[in-house]
Design a protein around this ligand. Structure first.
Ligand code: ZN
Length: 206
């Protein structure tokens, strides 16, 4: 904990003064251009990966970057999505999976989650992802189960995202674009889902 307090002190002394103008503007405006839905994994830092400044990304992070399909009732993810799309009017939504994801590894390897009932329940939101990738398990060529599930899960969560009324409305008006990414921790590279072809390829440079 000590190093966190030291970090705050260093931020206030060294970083904040240099960025005072930015924070002065942000004190009264909140206009992020994108909603980034990533995994809670400590190694996947949205602003670092995308080189965005404070104020530019509205971020939701969940275990396994899961977005439950819309159901009425209290739901932190649904509330965040609704606010980002309906109020802030983000133009892009990124669902970002990553290599070596603990949640996807647990599912791909069929780990015993009896001692983690909350995790086990939460990961049910990846059932569609497991169904999407299950058929590949019969393929003859060797393949990386975890990597396949990470990718299948991004596609499944994009489908879940589209069940949220705010997203469905924005999609119908062409007011939002959905993107599926996978971040590779070891190489720092990002692959993007080509929804039309159902395949991931290197994120093209803008
Ligand atoms: Zn993860």
């Amino acid at each position: 904990m000590h190093h966190l307090a030291q970090g705050v002190q260093r931020f206030r002394q060294d970083v904040f003064p240099r960025r005072a103008e930015l924070f002065e503007r942000l004190a009264t405006t909140h206009e992020p251009g994108a909603l980034f839905i990533g995994c809670s994994d400590a190694r996947v830092v949205p602003e670092l990966i995308t080189q965005r400044e404070p104020g530019e990304l509205f971020v939701i992070r969940t275990a396994g970057n899961l977005v439950p399909a819309y159901t009425p009732g209290p739901d932190a993810v649904a509330a965040g999505v609704e606010y980002a799309v309906g109020v802030l009017g983000v133009a892009d939504i990124i669902v970002c999976g990553h290599s070596a994801c603990g949640a996807m590894t647990a599912l791909a390897e069929g780990q015993d989650l009896a001692a983690l009932p909350a995790v086990a329940d939460w990961l049910r939101h990846a059932d569609a992802a497991r169904a999407r990738t299950a058929r590949n398990e019969e393929a003859a060529e060797p393949y990386d189960k975890v990597a396949a599930l990470v990718r299948g899960n991004v596609a499944a969560q994009l489908a879940n995202l589209a069940t949220h009324p705010s997203v469905a409305r924005a999609l119908a008006r062409d007011a939002v674009r959905l993107h599926g990414w996978v971040f590779d921790i070891g190489s720092g590279t990002v692959e993007e889902l080509d929804a039309g072809r159902g395949r991931f390829a290197a994120l093209p440079a803008a």
